[in-house]
Design a binder for this molecule. Structure first.
Ligand code: OOG
Ligand code: MG
Length: 245
C-alpha cells in the first residue's frame, strides 16, 4: 500500500501523471481506501491537517462523465483550501466543478447524527486533478487517488436550509460552462452527507465539528485553464469566485 501511495504522492508533488495503478497492481476497493489513507498520512506528515471530506459520483452527470458508478469519498486537508486565486502551474490537468458544501458544527459518528450536525451551507467548487494519465481511471484507481482531490473553495456560509433543488451555474470568463440543479446530487445533497456519515462510520472515522463536507458535483467537471476567472452561483446561496494564474 505504501509503495502505491508514494507513487501517487510523488505524482502530486511533481505534477506529473502516472499510469493507472490497476494496470499493474491487483487493487480492490478496500485496498484502494488503504492506499488513499496512506496518501493522506503522507500529507499529514508534512504538516497538513484534515478539514473535511468530499463525496464523489453522487450525480449521474459525474458517473457518466467518468464511467464510474459508485459513490466514493476522499479527505480534504487545509492545504487544499483555495483562497481566491489558484496557481495551476503545480497541477497536472485541473478541472473544476460546482459543489454544495456543508459545515459541521457537531461530530457525526452515524447517519443519525446528520440532521443536528449541520451548522451551515454554502455554494462551493472543487478543483480535481487526477494523478492518472488522460484523467482516466477505474473505481479502485480513483479511490486510491483520494478521489482526484486537489483544491476546493466555498462562498459565505448560510444558516442550514433546504438545499434539495437549487439552480447552479458555473461561468468561466463570463461564459456559462455548466449548469444544473442540486437535485442531481442523490435527489438532495443532504443524502450525500448521510452517505458520508455511513462511509465514515464504516471506516471508524468521526466527522469533526468545523469540517466541510463537499456533497459532490451536480454537473460534469470542466477543464480549468490558467488566467481564468471562474464564478459559481447557487440560487439563494450567493456565489464564490476563483481566479487562476
Ligand atoms: C473523481 C471525483 C468525483 C464528484 O464531485 O463527483 C467528484 C473525478 O471525477 O475525478 O469529486
Ligand atoms: Mg467533486
Amino acid at each position: 500500500m505504501n509503495a502505491l501511495a508514494e507513487l501517487l504522492d510523488e505524482a502530486t508533488l511533481a505534477a506529473r501523471a502516472i499510469p493507472r495503478l490497476t494496470d499493474t497492481a491487483d487493487l480492490d476497493v478496500p485496498a484502494a481506501y488503504q492506499v488513499q489513507r496512506a496518501t493522506v498520512e503522507r500529507r499529514l506528515a508534512r504538516g497538513e491537517r484534515i478539514i473535511g471530506v468530499k463525496m464523489g459520483f453522487t450525480s449521474r452527470a459525474k458517473m457518466v462523465q467518468m464511467g464510474v458508478d459508485d459513490v466514493i469519498w476522499g479527505l480534504l486537508t487545509d492545504a487544499m483550501l483555495v483562497q481566491h486565486d489558484l496557481d495551476t502551474a503545480g497541477l497536472i490537468h485541473p478541472r473544476i466543478e460546482p459543489e454544495i458544501a456543508f459545515l459541521l458544527e457537531r461530530p457525526v459518528r452515524t447517519p443519525a447524527d446528520v440532521a443536528a450536525a449541520v451548522g451551515g451551507v454554502a455554494v462551493g467548487y472543487e478543483v480535481l486533478d487526477s494523478r492518472y494519465e488522460g484523467f482516466s481511471f477505474t473505481l479502485a484507481d480513483v479511490i486510491a487517488d483520494n478521489a482526484s482531490a486537489s483544491g476546493f473553495g466555498h462562498g459565505p456560509w448560510h444558516r442550514p436550509r433546504d438545499v434539495a433543488n437549487l439552480g447552479l451555474v458555473m461561468e468561466i470568463d463570463g461564459r456559462a460552462v455548466a449548469s444544473g440543479s442540486s437535485a442531481a446530487i442523490l435527489g438532495d445533497p443532504l443524502r450525500s452527507l448521510t452517505a458520508a456519515a455511513r462511509l465514515a462510520s464504516a471506516a471508524g472515522i468521526e466527522l469533526q465539528p468545523g469540517w466541510v463536507v463537499l456533497a459532490g458535483a451536480a454537473t460534469a467537471a470542466v477543464p480549468l485553464p490558467a488566467g481564468a476567472h471562474v464564478r459559481i452561483a447557487a440560487a439563494g446561496l450567493g456565489h464564490v469566485e476563483v481566479t487562476t494564474r
